[in-house]
Design a protein around this ligand. Sequence first.
Ligand SMILES: NC(=O)c1ccc[n+]([C@@H]2O[C@H](COP(=O)([O-])OP(=O)(O)OC[C@H]3O[C@@H](n4cnc5c(N)ncnc54)[C@H](O)[C@@H]3O)[C@@H](O)[C@H]2O)c1
Length: 360
Amino acid sequence: MENRIQKYKNYFQGKRVLITGNTGFKGSWLTLFILQLGSKVFGISNEHHNNDILFKSSNIKENIQQYYLDINDLKSLKEAINEIQPDVVFHLAAQSITLEAYKNPIETFRVNALGLANLLECFRNYKKKCDLIIITSDKCYKNNEWVWGYRENDILAGEDPYSASKSIAEIIFNSYYQTYFKYQDDVQMVSCRAGNVIGGGDWSTGRIVPDCMRAWKNKKTLEIRSPKSIRPWNDILDVIYGYTICASLIREKSLNGESFNIGPQQNKELTVLELINGVWENWPEKDFLHFSVTEDNQVVENAFLKLNTDKIEHTLNWKPQTDTKEMFKRTAKWYWEFQQRPNEIRNYTDNIISDFISNL
Ligand SMILES: NC(=O)c1ccc[n+]([C@@H]2O[C@H](COP(=O)([O-])OP(=O)(O)OC[C@H]3O[C@@H](n4cnc5c(N)ncnc54)[C@H](O)[C@@H]3O)[C@@H](O)[C@H]2O)c1
């Protein structure tokens, strides 16, 4: 066991790691995590993005080399990648909000689908070894409202624009693999399809936890639409552990072209209501009503979304390290800390990460 984790850590030592979308919620946590594993980190993001509070408040820019560019500016992207010469890439840059995608489908398709094609294009004639981890989403599957979890070989056919953009991204991933990367050794890649992620530092609009935090900070009642919807929620660090374990084993386990679901263990999926109540239990101020249910028929969201994670558990020995109670507690505590001591949030976040890594 120790040997396996040591090999995992060794993989990142001294590597040049590029993270696209590094200024966002997951990108910031991933950067701090990878820095602790001893890599040199480079980031590519667009400059004007409103979910970069964790990135900014933790002064992450001081520890990495940052490039601000649009993932669809192929010339600038190629120049940056040629300059960076990455050994590993985590591709997270995306328009990541479902409600925003309803308003701006073209922009969502442009960033989430064509943006990935641009990234892969930069590696078509790359002349050194590089491992690419392509982040899409659990929403890439055709949602049949099944009570059982989607497997990696289920049909890719998201219907709303965000989900469809992630299905298309998976098809582009497969096209580049089958056409260019299958019969060579230099560039190897996997795609990761994670479910909903919770953790401190997310301020996106239209996501449950950030919406709770915005409301509760001002002692306001959060209005929710679908309390009974089931989603595969995971703690941010478990998802990052999944992405990084895929990178570290890509060559050893011959994973080139494979896709992996990342989600909670079977029967650990939660309803929206369970999630809100779980975080609320750990929120120190309780002298107001924490949620009420409203009717909103503008947006049709699927009620059931479960993921089957047998493949990553059996192939890569990954499973969530954080139980549900701990996930709620860690999340609520992070936002409370940020509210009380914003200047100390980098230390606080680094400590959470080092505890997680040392318990692997
Ligand atoms: N957060 C979740 O619950 C969740 C669940 C499943 C999948 N995902 C996926 O994981 C990835 C990261 O999600 P997140 O929650 O951190 O998103 P986020 O919105 O917090 O961050 C998005 C990042 O992408 C960058 N970006 C956006 N458009 C860009 C462009 N045109 N050019 C360059 N950079 C651009 C932003 O600057 C930012 O750094 C996304 O691909 C998202 O779709 C997220």
